[in-house]
Design a protein around this ligand. Structure first.
Ligand code: FAD
Length: 375
């Protein structure tokens, strides 16, 4: 222990990851979360730890590190998880060609990639749409957790083994390298503070957030009743347009044009399909992307229908019953950066910005960046 005290604002995945790393570096850590338990992006997502979508150079090693940490925490805390891997399903020839290109570029860096025939896809996804699916790309690295449970279980696991205290239900209104003050007047003394407040940009250092190259992405999400079969995590061809991992695929431009024509509504609303299944066999299905500094709270049912239209191209259970819908938000960098880690004044750090990949990158980001930052 180095006798230094650190405060962390926010108990989402980034706050948890930062707290863990700081405690391992010898800090006595206090995490302050304004809600009674985490309520931000980290409990509204698919629970996908998704190395397959991450850029091979910088993000993939962080994703692999995060996966290791997730598996360790899940084992320690008996958190439900499914290391089921993922399948990207394809409905046309250009998607198959792109998959082969990706496979050939990535086979040495990513273990467990395999091009699947239609038959092999059917063996793993028994509810696939036989009329449309031509083949798939399997990756064995992906893990699913039920994020609304897992994120809320982690504080107890961390505080049982590391010098980390969690304070829930208090909003931080002032954060400096001397202290953190909450809205009820509680003061916590510290030597450094990490602000992991996610997409909430108006409470602490609003000028810093307002002048940063950021936007807030809002996503429509759906959950189904349990389905009969068990499936790995699934995405579709449209995901080629979404993740950095695919940026060097040669036919990406041609594919984008095809999608503009074939899927105008999905492209307009930034829809690509991700499907994860939880321990009760319910599916989490999404998502769409609208980008604004302040999004409207009204959910467009048409957008949900466009997500389901694409789902129905890939899957056969058209009688799927939706039981929950919600919207998620996350902060995203507009300048192409994959993160925002910055000391904005001595001892005050912003730790934010992994966009749609915080569950995948959080632990790896903290482990990789913080020791250098504090040196
Ligand atoms: C719908 C959706 C699906 C996604 N799917 C995936 C996925 O499957 N895989 C993946 O890797 N990533 C996914 N992401 C991205 C991932 O969820 C985010 O990158 C990640 O959750 C961001 O974590 P965070 O800790 O920065 O923010 P948050 O989880 O929003 O946490 C911030 C916390 O700070 C608290 N807070 C804010 N201000 C204060 C204050 N002043 N005082 C005290 N507390 C404060 C908030 O209450 C909140 O709990 C998805 C995101 C969304 C929205």
């Amino acid at each position: 222990m180095n006798n230094k005290r650190a405060s962390v604002v926010g108990a989402g995945i980034l706050g948890l990851a930062v707290a863990k790393t700081l405690a391992e570096l010898g800090y006595k850590v206090t995490v302050i979360e304004r809600s009674l338990n985490a309520r931000g992006s980290s409990i509204r997502n698919f629970g996908m730890v998704w190395p397959i979508g991450q850029h091979i150079e910088k993000q993939l090693p962080r994703a692999i590190k995060s996966r290791e940490v997730w598996m360790d925490l899940c084992e320690k805390g008996k958190i439900w998880n499914n290391p089921c891997g993922s399948i990207q399903l394809f409905t046309n020839e250009i998607e198959l060609e792109m998959a082969v290109d990706f496979y050939e570029q990535n086979i040495h860096a990513r273990k467990g990639l395999k091009i699947l025939s239609k038959e092999e896809c059917r063996n793993q996804v028994s509810n696939l749409n036989e009329l449309n699916i031509l083949g798939g790309l399997y990756s064995d690295s992906e893990v699913i957790v039920e994020s609304r449970e897992a994120i809320r279980q982690i504080p107890d696991i961390l505080s049982a083994t590391l010098p980390i205290e969690f304070i829930f239900g208090k909003t931080v209104i002032e954060a400096t390298n001397e202290k953190v003050v909450t809205s009820d007047g509680t003061t916590i003394e510290n030597d450094i503070v990490f602000i992991c407040s996610g997409f909430e940009i108006n409470i602490l250092y609003p000028d810093v957030f307002n002048n940063a190259p950021i936007t807030i992405s809002q996503l429509n999400m759906l959950r189904s009743k349990p389905i009969e079969s068990q499936i790995p995590a699934v995405c579709g061809g449209l995901s080629f347009l979404h993740y950095d991992a695919y940026s060097s695929i040669k036919k990406l431009g041609e594919y984008k044009q095809l999608c503009d024509e074939k899927y105008p509504n999905q492209v307009k609303h930034g829809i690509h399909l991700l499907v994860s299944q939880n321990q009760n066999n319910c599916l989490t299905i999404g998502d769409s992307h609208e980008y604004n500094m302040q999004n409207e709270p009204f959910q467009e049912i048409d957008v949900n229908n466009y997500i389901l239209d694409y789902y129905n191209e890939l899957f056969s259970n058209h009688d799927l019953q939706i039981t929950q819908t919600w919207m998620g938000e996350y902060l995203k960098m507009k300048d192409g950066s994959s993160e925002w880690i910055e000391e904005i004044e001595p001892g005050v750090f912003i730790f934010n910005g992994p966009g749609g990949a915080g569950m995948t990158l959080g632990f790896g980001m903290a482990d990789d960046a913080i020791p250098t930052l504090l040196r």
